[in-house]
Design a protein around this ligand. Sequence first.
Ligand code: RP5
Length: 168
Amino acid sequence: MTAVVASPLVGIIMGSQSDWATMQHAADALTALGVPFEAEVVSAHRTPDKLFAYAEAARGRGIQVIIAGAGGAAHLPGMCAAKTSLPVLGVPVQSQALNGLDSLLSIVQMPAGVPVATLAIGKAGATNAGLLAAQILAAQYPQYLQAIENYRQQQTDKVLANPIPGVQ
Ligand code: RP5
């Protein structure tokens, strides 16, 4: 039986409005797969109380996966994971100063005990976070499994239908 979904299953949070240019790609992936989500600016440094409240309430509101994107000293995914047992997918936003290497290392090096599933820096990571969230949900919602398989097939067809320009 297909589960009926009325409210967001994925919460996308980001440290700043400036992160949206990256994090919208997670939103785009979820939209393409039909997964309901919400998106909000929640900063570990500028709105720490809001972060704690968000993470503590998320499961009770029906959120099942959190995607957290941040740049620089990117504490948001780790602190969010510290306050919820929901799976947290971390997206390192590409910073201007260090091209996102700072963001990546801030997110990926969690000490044992509180995991954050860390994606690639920037757009690819945000897109894959959306896809991975859907794959996590697919264990429970068959419609998302089908959507993922369709997405991958379209991707394969597109590659096969477009030979390298100028090469026989
Ligand atoms: C981090 O600082 C945010 O996640 C953002 O990537 C970075 C810069 O934020 P803004 O100065 O653009 O608000 O907290």
